[in-house]
Design a protein around this ligand. Structure first.
Ligand SMILES: C[S@@+](CC[C@H](N)C(=O)[O-])C[C@H]1O[C@@H](n2cnc3c(N)ncnc32)[C@H](O)[C@@H]1O
Length: 321
């Protein structure tokens, strides 16, 4: 399992402290494109019309303006752009320290592209996985996807890359949530879960009916145990602990989208998050002056994990991750 060196962690803590002092965003997601080769029924990006896409220099401009702690290269499918690797290199090479990751569905990861991706110096490669077998192909409507993922993940971890599976916890894959963590472990990868949201495609079909909430609690309990034995679960325990209450209909306020976390659309517009409408061009956006969002309509990890309080337990989780 990938472990950051002590020096790396100390640099990260130093950078985190500097970001807090200067009130800089914790994390920025760069959507390279909304185009996608997958046809998921829980995300509408692939249905959108092609829109203007920024050039490499604009992505660099975003990093220089906001100086975030972390940058996530995302989409759509980021590898729909031929210059994705060039953008990653450019973002990584902007002077200063930042943690750079990518989220991809994995389809475009040929052996050669994996090697080139690792050579960019990227800190984390996130590959989405909602099923621990060929049902992943149906989920994404990409035949051969699971085979590709199960080849490239162990190959990259064997070469020393930090690979993480991004998995949605939803009603239909609930019994596969724990097997995904075990499979990731066997591949030398970690896993980060997010609760399903109906917002991206207005699809309520994967939500938890009341009768399944007991099973959801059992699975979350299994993940708590697995965290201790396998050590490859990236979520905070706090995030898992909030999920049952949220699913029962309790409101969780305090989303920091638009202030601590920003989404940059392919055309350079700032959205507080992927689901909220664009506010202004990144050259004009002021995250300090921006009003906090009042939206409570999802509890995805991108908001829930950022809200996890800084307790001794969390510091322990970060230091041992
Ligand atoms: C929008 S995708 C873009 C990146 C890339 N195309 C991929 O599939 O990994 C980013 C992440 O959002 C997750 N996601 C998409 N729709 C979601 C939903 N309705 N609820 C929760 N997570 C979702 C995906 O599984 C993926 O890990």
């Amino acid at each position: 399992m990938y472990k950051h060196s002590l020096g790396f962690r100390l640099n990260a803590i130093k950078q985190l402290a500097a970001n807090r002092i200067h009130d800089r965003p914790l994390s920025i997601t760069l959507e390279l494109t909304r185009r996608c080769n997958a046809r998921c029924d829980y995300c509408n990006h692939w249905k959108e019309q092609k829109q203007t896409e920024q050039e490499v220099g604009d992505f660099v401009g975003v990093i220089e303006r906001f100086q975030p702690f972390a940058v996530t290269i995302c989409g759509g499918e980021p590898f729909m752009r031929r210059d994705a690797l060039e953008i990653i290199r450019a973002v990584k090479n902007v002077p200063g320290w930042r943690y750079v990751g990518i989220i991809t569905n994995g389809w475009f990861l040929t052996d050669e592209r994996c090697q080139k991706l690792m050579e960019t110096g990227i800190d984390q490669i996130n590959i989405s996985l909602n099923w621990p077998d060929e049902r992943q192909d149906d989920d994404r409507k990409i035949k051969g996807l699971f085979k590709r993922i199960s080849h490239v993940v162990p190959m990259m971890t064997a070469k020393g890359a930090n690979v993480q599976m991004n998995s949605i916890i939803m009603n239909d894959n609930l019994d596969d949530v724990v097997p995904i963590a075990k499979l990731a472990y066997s591949w030398g990868a970690s896993v980060c879960y997010t609760l399903y949201s109906e917002l991206p495609a207005e699809n309520t079909g994967h939500l938890f009916p009341t009768a399944r909430q007991g099973r959801l609690a059992e699975v979350l309990e299994e993940l708590r145990e697995l965290r201790k034995t396998q050590g490859n679960i990236a979520n905070t325990q706090w995030y898992f602990d909030q999920i049952p209450s949220y699913v029962q209909g309790n409101v969780i306020t305090g989303c920091t989208a638009g202030k601590k976390t920003l989404h940059i659309s392919p055309g350079g517009m700032v959205r507080p998050c992927a689901e909220l409408p664009p506010v202004s061009h990144y050259t004009e956006y002021d995250h300090i002056a921006a009003e906090p969002v009042t939206c409570t309509r999802c509890f995805q990890a991108c908001r829930g994990e950022v809200q996890a309080p800084l307790t001794l337990r969390r510091i322990g989780e970060v230091l041992t991750a």
